[in-house]
Design a protein around this ligand. Structure first.
Ligand SMILES: Cc1ncc(COP(=O)(O)O)c(C=O)c1O
Length: 395
């Protein structure tokens, strides 16, 4: 098992000097850094396994097909599902839109209800706003408490057809009770869609134990490349779903006026797949099997919380893992991010694509630090030091 120091050596980006300082990368929730193992896998496909998968039959194309097939099996094992339930997309956003544009378009009727929560990233809100407007369905927003948790007994599941929720919030860092939500959703015949973008790097995922019907995530939050993501869906549901985008690869027969479509998951993968991204995702999953970051991440997370408190900051919710979003009285989040960058600390400012959630906490924007498998005590100390410096500029 790779310990923290060994893990850090795997990430070339950590050697970057920023304004004369060592880099304290505290923005993994936006995008995680990539280890050399992932970079090498992408390079190998660019260099050697460079054909077009599932199309040409020459050796380079067969090698590319093998990359796609192997990664599909890796992802299935990672999530606890079957390979045929794994759809390659361009990211969490595309995965959630796929469910909205296929399952929801086919199954929602006027006055049906889609339930989301106050926690959602725009990617798990706007697609439901769009499809509800189109179908005349009602979008119901389940409230959270001040800690960032849902009170399930306050959610009405009346008329619900679909429930969509983030597994781990990218702002409050709270974990949603997915298994219990699945039970309640299924009791009224609704499907449960889970946005796993912030969960996959920090929690073991088992879609069977979670009981969800769809699970979406992005490779780039799991030490993989951008532009690649996954939609996992339950076979019986995928098989009843119409395709989304039409094009090469997803068809069985093409007539002049109509076509028939292939089996799942291929039916949902129109066009040449992103083989480079898929290779990187497969390598990223293999890489995460070489360590267990939970104890180190928990220590780093607690350190970040303590540093914000020591600087007199207000934390949004009571984060359990991954992220700490905060406000410093009298300091604009963009000033915090700029001054922190000057100290070599990479953090994020803004509404983190969760504007309604910021309104819920009466905040226009916030600053956010987040942990990865490489976050160490020096990163935490550098952040704490940066906050002291910021306080000197904005007392
Ligand atoms: C909770 C959550 N959902 C969805 C997304 C969207 O992911 P992507 O931009 O990779 O599609 C993010 C990215 O920040 C996120 O944090």
């Amino acid at each position: 098992m790779l310990d923290l120091a060994a893990r850090r050596r795997e990430f070339p980006a950590l050697t970057t000097r920023v304004h004369g300082h060592r880099l304290a990368y505290l923005d993994s929730a936006a995008t995680a850094l990539r280890p050399q193992f992932v970079i090498d896998a992408i390079t190998r496909v660019s260099t050697h396994d460079a054909g077009s998968p599932s199309r040409s039959v020459h050796a380079l194309a067969e090698a590319a097909t093998e990359v796609v097939d192997t990664t599909r099996r890796e992802v299935a094992r990672f999530l606890g599902g079957a390979p045929d339930e794994v759809i390659f997309t361009s990211g969490t956003t595309a995965s959630l839109n796929l469910v909205a544009q296929t399952w929801a378009r086919a199954n929602l009727a006027r006055n049906d209800v889609v339930i989301v929560t106050e926690l959602e990233h725009h990617s798990n809100l706007v697609p439901w706003q769009m499809i509800c407007a189109e179908k005349g369905a009602e979008l119901r927003i389940a409230p959270i408490d001040d800690t960032g948790h849902l009170d399930l007994d306050r959610i009405s599941f009346d008329r619900a057809k679909l429930v969509a929720i983030t597994h781990v919030s990218n702002v409050t860092g709270t974990i949603a009770p997915i298994a219990e939500l699945a039970r309640r959703a299924h009791a009224v015949g609704a499907v449960l869609v889970v946005d796993g973008a912030q969960a996959v790097a920090h929690l073991p995922i088992d879609v069977a134990a979670l009981g969800c019907d769809f699970y979406a995530f992005s490779a780039h939050k799991l030490y993989g490349p951008t532009g690649t993501g996954i939609l996992w869906g339950r076979t019986s549901i995928l098989e009843a779903m119409p395709p989304w985008q039409g094009g090469g690869g997803m068809i069985a027969t093409v007539g002049d006026l109509t076509s028939t479509y292939r089996e799942v998951p291929t039916r949902f993968e129109a066009g040449t797949p992103n083989v480079l991204g898929i290779a990187g995702l497969g390598a990223a999953i293999q890489f995460t099997r070489t360590f267990d970051p939970r104890a180190d991440e928990a220590r780093a997370h607690a350190g970040l919380v303590a540093a914000v408190h020591a600087a007199g900051g207000r934390i949004l919710g009571e984060p359990e893992l991954a992220v700490v979003a905060f406000e410093l009285p009298r300091v604009h989040p963009h000033d915090i991010a700029t001054l922190a960058d000057g100290e070599g600390v990479a953090l994020r400012s803004g509404h983190h694509c969760a504007a309604p959630l910021h309104r819920r906490f009466s905040a226009l924007a916030s600053s956010r630090v987040s942990v990865g498998c490489y976050t160490d005590d020096d990163d935490v100390a550098q952040f704490a030091h940066a906050l002291v410096k910021i306080r000197e500029v904005f007392p």
